[in-house]
Design a protein. Structure first.
Length: 205
């Protein structure tokens, strides 16, 4: 008897450690605080509690945060090209056809007690998030299984596998990058953030 297992229909999530170094992250945060960007933050629809967002995706301000940072932070001159390089690899590995253009980008700043609600990025093939300020107390980023039929099957407690995960979470460090398909539902799984000024830079491809 010959048994073969096939991992059919997997969802690719790419994790890059130290995509930005700590000094780059600090310089981006310093620029955001000291520049005119600091006056343009508004409330973020997908985050509850004390938080704010500088966003093209939700508010159509026609400001590409990624480009703005690249032009004004000395050691981040290649930020956009570095993001696009990673997105090209992701697109190739996932088999997605992309035009490799950053459609929009935004900054979120969360305070303790805030919650990132589960959501997707509509009209985006690839989405990504860079963690600029976080620590071990941060709320993790949860990705939820997109298979709607999973919950019709009895799941064995304490023995989830890649075939039966209801969700999978990451607790990133400063400078880490996560890329994923825009349709993949994600959030903090209703867990409150405990980090002061938790800051992320997100983008859609």
């Amino acid at each position: 008897m010959d048994i073969k297992n096939y991992s059919l229909f997997p969802t690719l999530v790419s994790y890059t450690s130290n995509f930005l170094n700590i000094d780059q992250c600090k310089n981006i945060i310093k620029y955001v605080k000291e520049s005119s960007l600091s006056t343009k933050f508004t409330k973020q629809a997908s985050i509850t509690g004390n938080s704010k967002s500088l966003s093209t995706y939700f508010y159509s301000t026609h400001l590409n945060v990624t480009t703005d940072i690249e032009q004004n932070v000395q050691d981040c001159k290649n930020l956009k090209s570095s993001i696009l390089k990673c997105s090209v690899k992701y697109g190739k590995d996932a088999g997605f056809e992309i035009n490799n253009h950053i459609k929009n980008s935004w900054l979120n700043i969360q305070q303790p007690g805030s919650i990132l609600k589960d959501h997707i990025h509509r009209n985006s093939i690839i989405s990504g998030v860079i963690f600029l300020n976080t620590d071990h107390k941060t709320s993790s980023l949860y990705f939820h299984n997109p298979n709607p039929y999973l919950y019709y099957s009895p799941l064995k407690k304490g023995h989830s596998t890649q075939y039966s995960f209801e969700w999978y979470s990451f607790t990133p460090a400063i400078g880490d990058l996560i890329i994923f398909p825009g349709w993949l539902r994600h959030g903090s799984n209703q867990i409150k953030n405990k980090v002061k000024n938790r800051m992320i830079l997100s983008f859609n491809i």
